[in-house]
Design a protein around this ligand. Structure first.
Ligand SMILES: Cc1cc2nc3c(=O)[nH]c(=O)nc-3n(C[C@H](O)[C@H](O)[C@H](O)COP(=O)(O)OP(=O)(O)OC[C@H]3O[C@@H](n4cnc5c(N)ncnc54)[C@H](O)[C@@H]3O)c2cc1C
Length: 450
């Protein structure tokens, strides 16, 4: 890997991108890239769009000094693959292969190493950001643009676009030993989660299958393995959690264990059925395929109308929320009574000390939080108001002192939204870094779906 050549190529692409920015219509710049993991409906945008597809290269992996330099639209699949060649991985790798580094930093990302390293944006040391007026600048936690550095996570491309990032990487071993631990009640489950987060382990996440079936999965690096399982084709990872107490995976298979079946969401298109798996084949059993199908479904509202024909009203509830550990049992009481669908993904996060500074997604570094991920459609004979269930989630998260990420539908009224996501700091950053309002505002983008 030739760092100097890669940097020179990056600088050249950057100049071309800045030139193309001049051809964008006034506001509402549309980012043109091949994949997206954004799950809210948006008004279609017009104009040519800002083509950032070329910013998908890993510039350098410095395993000795523990960092990698990477272009902003590089997928975690490519970034992790390159890092593993050097015996390291990014400290936090989101579970879906097509999530890009820039998307995860601006849109909040987590994984089973987050109890140790925090959220994805906490792994970033430096960012090159393209502003709406075509200026580029480098932000670090210490330099004159530190407020932009700390305000960038959860800004969803409304303050600028990350074109190059320097991130922390850590050494790996070839295998990960998994231990699945079952609990029958929430109190014991969360107490055990807290205890294990203090132990010397490498990864931990969890899966809840029902009010009396809770699992923690602990992952530990090992140099050797008596066998390894394969969940990239015929076998399904999430089912294995209920079936076995321990398991071994190659490190890359551990990193992408949730991707093959999009956690468990592959079942919504029957991809959990052996015949469909055979038809799709291992190359198409992944989150990129499912996202394309879901997007197509959303565009034409196919499932929605099929439900209506059968007399059902449906609402998609696709959310990830962070709840302080001591309120997690309360959250589950609410969940089992109102949202109900299973499974639920669980992932502990301990924000690092500097997290207090991440102004648009503030979390308390003294607390352990738990992320709950739940993704399905609720069907009922009764017609509820728009976003009924999503609003219930928002209300409960707020009541429990939690945070909700904004990649999916949000229904907050403006005052509440800005109270949570730090209006003063956001508009300070907007006036300093996007005074002509070339980019949309966060509320318009995330709630009004413009
Ligand atoms: C079903 C589902 C499951 C998810 N599960 C997880 C999970 O398990 N772990 C996890 O960590 N995250 C998860 N996410 C959230 C995901 O990390 C965020 O949605 C992330 O923003 C997606 O990144 P992307 O690269 O696909 O960006 P996109 O979807 O393309 O864009 C997301 C937003 O970020 C902006 N953006 C994209 N690139 C940049 C950039 N370089 N600079 C500035 N702004 C940019 C876009 O304008 C857009 O507003 C999940 C999302 C979904 C829909």
């Amino acid at each position: 890997m030739n760092r100097a050549a890669n940097l020179a190529a990056y600088e050249k692409k950057k100049l071309q991108l800045i030139a193309s920015l001049q051809h964008q219509p006034g506001t509402n710049i549309r980012l043109v890239k091949d994949t997206s993991n954004l799950f809210r409906k948006r008004e279609p945008m017009h104009g040519p769009g800002l083509n950032v597809r070329a910013f998908n290269k890993v510039i350098n992996v410095d395993s000795e000094n523990g960092f990698a330099e990477v272009e902003g639209m590089t997928s975690y699949a490519d970034l992790t693959c390159e890092c593993l060649k050097h015996g390291v991985m990014p400290t936090v790798v989101p579970q879906l292969k097509s999530i890009t580094i820039g998307g995860a930093v601006t849109g909040i990302g987590i994984e089973s190493s987050s109890f140790k390293y925090g959220l994805v944006h906490e792994t970033v040391q430096e960012m090159d950001i393209l502003l709406g007026d075509g200026t580029t600048l480098t932000c670090t936690p210490e330099n004159e643009h530190q407020r932009l550095f700390f305000g960038f996570p959860n800004s969803y491309g409304t303050l600028g676009y990350a074109l190059k990032l320097k991130i922390k990487v850590v050494p790996v071993k070839p295998y990960v030993r998994l231990t699945h631990i079952r609990h029958k009640d929430a109190a014991a489950y969360f107490a055990d989660l807290e205890y294990r987060c203090k132990q010397n382990i490498d990864f931990i996440d969890g899966t809840i299958f029902g009010p009396d079936e809770y699992y923690l999965t602990v992952g530990e690096f090992t140099d050797s393995a008596p066998y390894t399982s394969d969940y990239t084709y015929k076998n399904i990872y999430y089912r294995s959690i209920r079936e076995r107490d321990s398991d071994y995976l190659k490190v890359e298979d551990y990193v992408w264990r949730w991707d093959t079946d999009w956690f468990w969401c592959s079942q919504y298109i029957f991809a959990d059925k052996p015949i469909v798996r055979r038809f799709l084949g291992p190359k198409r059993l992944n989150s990129v395929t499912y996202t394309k199908i879901m997007r197509w479904n959303r565009k034409y509202n196919i499932a929605y109308y099929l439900d209506l024909l059968q007399g059902f009203h449906s609402e998609a509830v696709i959310q990830d929320v962070e709840i302080p550990l001591d309120r997690c049992s309360d959250f589950l009481d609410f969940y089992f009574n109102s949202i109900k669908f299973m499974p639920v993904w669980v992932c502990p996060i301990r924000p690092l000390k500097q997290n207090a500074g991440f102004s648009l997604y503030p979390m308390d570094p003294e607390k352990l939080y738990v992320n709950f991920g739940f993704w399905n459609v609720i069907k009922s004979r009764e017609k509820m108001g728009p976003g009924h269930y999503n609003r219930l989630v928002e209300k409960k998260v707020r009541e429990l002192g939690g945070m909700k990420s904004l990649y999916s539908e949000a229904y907050y009224p403006p005052e509440q939204f800005w109270d949570i996501y730090n209006k003063d700091e956001y508009f300070f950053l907007k006036s300093r870094y996007d005074p002509e309002r070339k980019l949309m505002d966060l509320y318009a983008k995330c709630v009004q779906r413009q």
